[in-house]
Write a protein that binds this ligand. Sequence first.
Ligand code: S3P
Length: 433
Amino acid sequence: MTRAILRPAPELRGVITPPGDKSISHRAIMLSSLSSGTSTITGLSKGLDVLATAEIFRQLGVEITENDGRVSVASTGELHATTAPLDCGNSGTTMRLLAGILAGTSGQHRLVGDASLSSRPMDRVAIPLRQMGARIDGSGERLLPPLEINGEKLNGISYNVPEPSAQVKSALLLAGLFAEGATTVVEAVKTRTHTEEMLEAAGISLDVAPAGAGRRITVLPGRPQPMQWVVATDPSQAAFTVVAGLLAQEGSVEILDLYAGQERLGFLSVLERMGATLTQGHRDGRLNVTVAPSLLEGTTVYANEIPSVDEVPILAVAALRAQSPTRFVDVGELRLKESDRMEATAQLVRSFGGKASIEGDDLTVFPAMQGPVHVVIDPLGDHRLAMAASIAALSCAEGSEVTVLNIECIATSYPAFFEHLHTLSASVELESA
Ligand code: S3P
């Protein structure tokens, strides 16, 4: 067990290239594995979630090797079922997207996960996949993992996704590649578009049209072509160092090469509304952001501004240091993430001396009074909570000391996190017990 001991960092200065985007990385491995030939991937995330996806496709018969940061994926385009369990680790994206792929892949498949993933509902993908003809089962009413899937012939359907979820949309679009006829997915809220963008880039026929506040996406069966994927850096991971830079009293933090799709950048607009001084510049389709120390005000954040709500824990840290309360509206999906992030984020705020209240699906954060704190945080195995707590620590008053326990979970998405805090000259000690 490793813990981090963090002290206030009034000045943060430096340039950070965040890890390769996690969502794009999973999909690059998946689409490469479904194509016949050799694809390459540069900039792939080294997080454990993405490594779990790679290992599973190796088990399914795909050759995946790495040489000097360049990953090569050689596949026949046919996946071969194995009797061994496919271990998705902590990664909901791996399990849900894989369910879509394996539903149409002949043979028996067993998908397992760690304790956190084993408590996350898979009915949201299993229900529509069953409508397509899939044989898929889990435990209890919400079809918790392990998931048992028997590959079947699938039929295209039209499905309105009831919850805003890129994972559900993506599972159905991937299953649609194996189905007979067209598969249409309608989402009421615009969620991240990596699956659509990457399928289209790999030659799959897609139709995307507006539908109310969301979109209607239709995919035709087919197999992606081999590609040379170049993965942009991850905006949701960048959010941690962005907030760190804002909450410092001096310095400047520059963050490079971010994926620039709108559905991933809502947190920047929220922070600007709170008073953040951010300079944004686009280069070669990527986004660079420079962050200056800023005095923040509270705001109201609507879930559809930050679909997938991944950035709520770190925005709650910004809210903790603002001059007035911040309300996160309609963020009930937080309860179904790697931990119950609704409760855990409220608890995090309270640990740092702020107040937090939960009413229905809304979370309100009241700023902390200034003054030194001595805090020990258990992130409950949730990478985003461990990173949010670490950033909160850097902005505490002089004389504070914060211990974040069990920081291993950060490696699921951002193995270089503490190295990057060191780059910014933050004071962090890591202790292994
Ligand atoms: C992801 C979708 C997410 C998000 C996760 C990655 C994806 O959740 O939380 O980190 O790659 O599709 P939703 O399915 O709730 O959108």
